[in-house]
Design a protein around this ligand. Sequence first.
Ligand code: ADP
Length: 399
Amino acid sequence: MTVVLVVNSGSSSLKYQLIEMADETVLASGLIERIGEPMGMVTHRRGEDKIAREVEVPDHDVAFEAMLRNFKDFGPAMADAPPAAVGHRIVQGGRRFFGPTLVDDAVEQDIEELIPLAPLHNGANLAGLRSARRVFDGIPHIAVFDTAFHTTMSDAASYYALDREVAAKYRVRKYGAHGTSHKYVSEAAAKHLERPYDELRTVVLHIGNGASACAVDRGKSIETSMGMTPLEGLVMGTRTGDIDPAVLFHLHRKGGYSVDELDVLLNRQSGLLGLTGTNDVRDVTARAAAGDAQAELGLEVYVHRLRHYVGAYLVALSGADVIAWCGGVGENSAEVRKRTLAGMEWLGIELDAQRNEARGDGIREISTDASRVRVLVVPTDEEIEIARQTLDATGISAD
Ligand code: ADP
């Protein structure tokens, strides 16, 4: 039995999954929250059982100790399911990492070097990575980068029309994000349709609180909507997505906003939250259905941007075979899917109203039988994808 531990370390939380790889069974999963606060919260799931307890978690080292204690107290015991490797989610790999990478001290240093490109994420990822290497010191640690899947994008798709020297000096270009999910979902869609991955053109719409679209051309990302950072592109729960950069000059000059205030405004107080007062699509659609004009407008802005990217990516791909929806909104909101793909019959995209409304857990098709482009809902699973890539990188067999 080969077991992989997947770790997603954020600034104040640590998520983990212990996965048995032969049939990709999750043996246990958990979450340690409020790292660094006076009292932390620990949850652990094993099958149907779920435990939660408050524990002091001052730092990431202690968070890993808490995780180990969870396995000891609630199982499976590490001795019964020892991980053969640990896979780490790292957000920003820049132009340095093009695939899953065995971590040594030099790799750690390179990830540290990339912190300025993802200040909110890479530092926290690294803190978790360092703790994990201390706690699990005899096994390989693999870094799996969110940006890696997008390193196949052309320069034309990745360069901003910015002064070349400035861009080069500060490493400003489009790196994209959500790559692990876009890869997993496009591959799962191909498998579901029993079509070779390297023949299929897919538009993936990963729409959660964070949201991005990706054009996957025969297994390779050729365009994605997030940019140097996850702020660009679609309207999100709390992020603006695309906006005229001159708005920032304006707010600074006329409103006296500092750079840090603008950062907070655009990343945390905008998007659906800024437009409607809530970032939860469930609330926005319910309010819109009840005639709330503000919610209706918010939804329209949200959908307008989605349609813009769908159109752009159909052109980038010279036509698509599949549109795949994932993420909390993509997997659950029939209303957003319906509004986004409305009136696209002329492009060969026909949603089936009943299939779109039906609920379900696994992959499901929501287009009509006559639709030239197959429209799917594909629940994403970034942890499984990280575990697969981790195993691939180590060369260890799944059995
Ligand atoms: P994150 O980007 O944080 O990973 P998720 O992919 O978990 O986000 O998506 C969370 C969002 O999904 C919520 O904020 C909510 O807007 C949306 N969502 C969850 N369930 C539903 C639902 N049943 N209908 C519509 N939207 C939903």
